[in-house]
Design a protein around this ligand. Structure first.
Ligand SMILES: [Zn+2]
Length: 136
């Protein structure tokens, strides 16, 4: 059972973590320029507008990059190796996450292959992870 560190929501990130508990990937979108961005913050990273809104996005994307981590990390209760992945979301932003559902070998990790979000219970939080899309 993979557990690992449990994140602590802050006022700015709380809507994201409320979304994961509902199995919805929520990120912010700017109402001035229309762009999505991640990580959570009070203003648009592109145009500085504070007219921003939380939206539920598709949870679909592609694998932009990854590293296979063979070293256990505190609190040393998560199975290794783990795949630390940079996900290119279809809506634009990139998100650090994990790839699950495949053995952690480079030949299983095709760059730009389609992925979809899945959910991992961890402590009292739900963590977004990604797996390769069906039929990809
Ligand atoms: Zn903007």
């Amino acid at each position: 059972m993979a557990t690992g560190l449990v994140p602590s929501p802050t006022p700015e990130t709380a809507p994201f973590w409320e979304g994961t508990k509902a199995h919805e990937l929520r990120i912010q979108q700017c109402n001035s320029c229309g762009k999505f961005y991640f990580y959570p913050r009070s203003h648009c990273r592109y145009c500085n507008s504070t007219d921003v809104e939380w939206k539920t996005v598709s949870g679909k994307g592609t694998l932009a990059s990854y590293v296979i981590n063979n070293r256990p990390t505190p609190p040393f209760d998560k199975e290794t190796p783990i795949i630390v992945a940079l996900i290119q979301l279809d809506e634009g932003p990139r998100m650090m996450s994990n790839i699950v559902g495949v053995e952690a070998k480079p030949e299983n990790l095709e760059l730009d292959a389609p992925v979809t979000v899945d959910w991992e219970d961890r402590g009292d939080q739900v963590i977004p992870v990604f797996r390769f899309a069906e039929g990809a």
